[in-house]
Structure formats: C-alpha cells, structure tokens
Design a protein around this ligand. Structure first.
Ligand SMILES: Nc1ncnc2c1ncn2[C@@H]1O[C@H](COP(=O)(O)OP(=O)(O)OP(=O)(O)O)[C@@H](O)[C@H]1O
Ligand SMILES: [Mg+2]
Length: 275
C-alpha cells in the first residue's frame, strides 16, 4: 500500500467543454474479465483472486463485501490499476488498464479514478483547501481560480467542510479528515471512485457521515462508486452488493437505488445465503 494514495488529475478541467467519454452501449464503465491474482511469498503461493468477472454500470454504486482475506482489496487495486492481474483484464471507460505501460496506467489512474482508503493519507503541512486542491496543483492548474476553484468549492460543500478551508489535518476530527480525503478523491470528477473500508477507522456516527457523502456524490452527481467493506451497514448504501469469498464472487444481491439505507433487508438476504 502506498503511503500517499494516488491522486486523480482533473483531465476535464484542462479542456473545459470537452465531450465526456462516450458511454458503452450497455452503460458499462468498468469491467473485470476473468481476473486472477497469485501472490508469491517465498515458496508459498496465494491465489488471492480466481477467475473474477464483473461489470459496473455508469453511475452505479457497487459494494464488495466479504470476510478478511477474501480478496476485496486485491480486487479493488486491480480495478483501479494500482496493481496488475496475474491473468485476465480490466477495462475502464473503454481502455484495457491491465495492458497499458506503467506510464499510461498512471495516466489512466490519475484521469479516471479516485481512491479513498481507511487511513486518510492527507498531507499534514497542507490545509484543507490545499489538500483537496492537490490534483489540480499536480496537474499544474492554479486551484485558486476558475473551474478548479469552482470544483473545490463544490466538493467542500458536498462533504460539509465549507468554513474549514484553512484548517490543517491535525486541527480536524478523524471524520472531518476522511471527508477531506473524500473531497480530494472526488474533485477531479473521476470516472470511478474506489473506496477501501473508508469507515473502518471511524466511529458509527462519523462513519455515517462518510457514507452519506458517498451516497450524495452518487445519487446527486452520478458518481460511479465501488466500495469495499465488511460492514452490512455500509454495503446497504449500494445499489448492488457483490459477496466475495476465497478469491471469488460468491453471490450478488441487487438492492436497487433507494433513499433509505436500512441494513436489515441486506442482513436478512446475507443470512439466507448462509453468510
Ligand atoms: N502483497 C501481498 N503479498 C502476498 N499475499 C498477499 C498480498 N496482499 C494480499 N495477500 C493475500 O491475498 C489474500 C487476499 O487479501 P486481501 O488484502 O485482498 O483481502 P481483503 O478481503 O481485503 O481482507 P481485509 O478485509 O482483511 O482487508 C489474503 O490471503 C492475503 O494474505
Ligand atoms: Mg482489504
């Protein structure tokens, strides 16, 4: 795991008015085809993923749920181009991620993905505004003006941090820090937002604020999200839950889009599956 998460670069802000990538005919924005991932630890081999295929539609909120060690993070890393599969391929917004050179994979990741992890990975010396502005700064765009400033204001409103722009991370609560991380992941309007246990380090109420932020970005702005969690409460925000077990997708539970995120129906469905 890198100490700093990859930060998306705002490709669209460089060319305002550019047409968005053409949606695939069936609305698929992310596809995994027969992914396997084998780790070698000395002489021992671990098949972390075995023949995993999935599709995510544009604007969809998908949760990957499963026990510790089942392969959730491995799958998320492959989907976001942070790591390469042993075999199989990932197609993100029309590009085959797993076949790109390292340089092109980095570009694709920057342009098309936003990541949120369990630990917030903010830069301690930068204030809230500067942390959220990082994707623009990296891309050589002045974040104080124009489209960049408008996008930053917009995501700060989304995560309810307006008025806290000058605070440094150590002057924020854990939940506020994670909201900064979420804003930074969203500011470049990535094709997909990938979140790995973003509430794992937070208490119940604060975790709920992050889930609400994810939900609003999806429901109000059409953000496509893949959320890794072992928590049914978090997974209950998703449109669809993929149950991961022993490196495979074991079951799929379609919850549908709804404003109510009561986890009980999902818990009942999981219980019926014997999970
Ligand atoms: N870099 C690595 N080298 C060797 N084995 C690894 C590596 N990363 C993961 N694994 C192994 O692959 C399997 C899947 O791990 P992964 O981290 O994807 O699980 P997970 O579902 O995210 O678990 P958790 O809920 O604990 O985060 C585990 O057996 C793990 O030990
Ligand atoms: Mg994990």
């Amino acid at each position: 795991m890198p100490t700093q998460p990859p930060v998306s670069s705002p490709s669209e802000a460089r060319s305002p008015g550019a047409a968005p990538a053409r949606p695939e005919r069936d609305g698929t924005i992310l596809e995994a085809r027969n992914l396997t991932k084998r780790y070698r630890l000395g002489k021992r081999e671990v098949d972390a993923l075995q023949d995993v295929s999935l599709k995510v539609r544009r604007g969809e909120f998908v949760a990957l749920m499963g026990p510790s060690g089942s392969g959730k993070s491995t799958l998320l890393h492959l989907l976001g181009g942070l790591d390469r599969p042993t075999s199989g391929e990932v197609v993100l917004d029309g590009e085959v991620v797993s076949h790109l050179s390292d340089r092109d994979a980095t570009r694709l990741r920057r342009e098309k993905t936003g990541f949120v992890f369990q630990f917030f990975n903010l830069i301690p010396l930068l204030d809230v505004y500067e942390n959220v502005a990082l994707p623009f700064t990296i891309a050589g765009i002045d974040p104080r003006h124009g489209e960049a400033a408008a996008r930053i204001k917009d995501v700060l409103e989304l995560v309810d941090l307006v008025g806290r722009e000058r605070n440094r991370p150590d002057q924020l609560s854990a939940g506020e820090q994670q909201r900064v991380a979420l804003a930074r992941a969203l500011v470049a309007q990535p094709a997909i937002l990938l979140a790995d246990e973003p509430t794992g380090n937070l208490d119940y109420a604060t975790g709920g604020e992050i889930l609400d932020g994810l939900w609003r970005s999806c429901d109000e702005r059409g953000q496509t999200i893949v959320l890794v969690t072992h928590d049914a409460r978090a997974a209950a925000y998703a449109d669809r839950v993929l149950v991961v077990g022993d490196g495979k997708i074991r079951d799929e539970i379609e919850l549908g889009r709804r404003a109510e995120h009561d986890a009980r129906p999902l818990i009942m469905r999981l219980a019926l599956l014997g999970l």
